[in-house]
Design a protein around this ligand. Structure first.
Ligand SMILES: CC(C)(COP(=O)(O)OP(=O)(O)OC[C@H]1O[C@@H](n2cnc3c(N)ncnc32)[C@H](O)[C@@H]1OP(=O)(O)O)[C@@H](O)C(=O)NCCC(=O)NCCS
Length: 162
């Protein structure tokens, strides 16, 4: 199994894997057929870092982990683990841990001091994150997660100087 940085040649396989992950999610709408990673891959070095797991024998991509760059005023540089996924029939073989280790290595090289991530109960991945020592801040620090849509963003334009 090879763990390596994603390249633009991986667009199709990565898109298929992301579709596979989304298909297993109840929080997301059905997969948009026009969805692909081509645009995102063009932004790779400034927006995010992505590693993939490749089965050398089968020449197939079987997992990925993607983090985005972040800056918190009280911590400094950090990364947000946006998503990690391993195909079902490849799980519990240490691939997820190796993907995460590659993200950690990259984050350290970039001077990032923390890895944060959001997950839902539906993901059932608590065991995985606990095994590597992650702390659940939901109750201990009372974090709440909010989002603002594009419409919300546009609605605040009236507060900008004319
Ligand atoms: C979470 C995920 C990436 C783990 O990948 P993986 O390759 O199976 O992980 P590993 O084999 O490296 O697991 C390492 C350890 O984590 C723990 N672990 C992993 N999956 C677990 C599970 N479903 N339940 C309990 N513990 C688990 C185990 O302690 C495991 O060690 P062990 O197999 O020696 O007992 C994979 O299950 C997945 O793709 N899930 C669906 C997507 C998802 O929920 N992603 C996270 C939210 S973005």
């Amino acid at each position: 199994m090879i763990i390596r940085k994603v390249t633009s040649a991986d667009t199709e396989q990565l898109t298929n894997l992301v579709r596979e992950w989304i298909a297993g999610q109840t929080l997301f709408p059905p997969v948009d057929e026009s969805f692909d990673f081509a645009d995102l891959l063009r932004e790779s070095d400034s927006l995010y870092y992505c590693v993939v797991a490749e089965d050398e024998e089968k020449k197939a991509m079987v997992g990925y982990a993607l983090c985005t760059y972040n800056y918190a005023i009280w911590v400094g540089k950090s990364v947000m683990l946006e998503n990690i996924f391993v195909k079902e029939n490849y799980r519990r073989r240490g691939i997820g841990t190796r993907l995460l280790a590659a993200i950690h290595q990259h984050a350290s090289e970039k001077g990032c001091l923390q890895v944060n991530f959001l997950t839902t109960n539906a993901d059932k991945c608590e065991g995985f994150f606990k095994k590597i020592g992650a702390r659940d801040l939901t109750d201990s620090e009372g974090w709440l997660m909010y989002t603002l849509s594009r419409e919300n963003m546009i609605a605040t334009e009236k507060y900008l100087p004319k």
